[in-house]
Ligand binder design. Sequence first.
Ligand code: SF4
Length: 280
Amino acid sequence: MPENAATTLQEKITQRLRFYKDLGLDQFYRDRGTTPRVAFPQVETTSISNEEFTLPKASPKSVAPVSAAKLPAPAAPAVPDLFAATNRIAGDTLPIVRADLGECTRCKLHTTRKKIVFGDGSASAKLVFVGEGPGADEDAQGLPFVGRAGKLLTQMIEAMGLQRGDVYICNVVKCRPPGNRQPEKDEVEACSPFLYRQLDVLQPKVIVCLGATAAQTLLQTNRGISHFRGEWLDYRGYKMMATYHPAYLLRNPAAKGDVWKDLQKVMAELGLEVKKPKAK
Ligand code: SF4
């Protein structure tokens, strides 16, 4: 790279880092990627009905043939924007992310896990639920939210007029913390880049964080969930709602009403029918 271009790129990165630091953001990840980067067709986003809860088909624009004489001169190579709103790796897919995770030993949770719980659901889901980490049932089966809390989550999804297969479900950490303790900071830091990649591949219309750990990880905050539960939040351009974890609801059934209010906001955002309570 010519010296001037290198200086320009360095200044640009320095300025951008200062800008993010002013916003309170000081942690970034960038996966090197192992696959060739290819252009993705634009995907149209439209509102969806309850009956049609799938991503619309990609519709590449038809391009009229242009004679070589009319082609513009090749432009100078663009300076890459390392901190664009999305870090999506072109060509990334859920199977590629899973393959990159491999038989992971990046944090100490690998020593006690039985199975990695990567995620489950539709690769074209408009709605993604993010929990904290696998429990004993999930660790045994390799699937997220299959224990008692998982059954309650399934009921919540069905109450929204959806099926589990319509959504995608994953966790911040992919291995069970011993004794179902909260994942520790170094474990979250080691595992969360794979969550970020999953979300960038899925590009959901709405992310629902189940519990404080998921919300704090995506928002990069230590604030308690009560500060932002039930409000629309922004995670790098994705609409995000934080609500209570189903395991919390099993211990505190009185909080189910709050969660249902949050899910009704999500339903409205997704164009799902929000049923009004019957008059008594
Ligand atoms: S929790 Fe995540 S980073 Fe840690 S070993 Fe499991 S997959 Fe790897």
